[in-house]
Design a protein around this ligand. Sequence first.
Ligand code: SF4
Length: 82
Amino acid sequence: MNSEPLSHPGAFLDIIGSVRITLNEDRCTGHGRCYSLAPELFDADDMGHCVVLHAEVPAGLEEKAALAINSCPEDALSAGGQ
Ligand code: SF4
């Protein structure tokens, strides 16, 4: 299994199969794009920073996860295989 991150700055991410979402809390500045685009996967804390609701992407939400990860302006989100 490949445990290397699948995303990098500016990369388009396709999520296929079982994937875990990782949040780098130090990078998150609370733009809110993740939970606006994929409220099934992300929420906001009291400061508007990201909270990952499902670290393991549920089946059927892979495209939304990829969209949110690719849309984070701070590259705070990444995905890796298991
Ligand atoms: S889009 Fe990125 S910076 Fe904005 S709240 Fe989500 S993880 Fe944080």
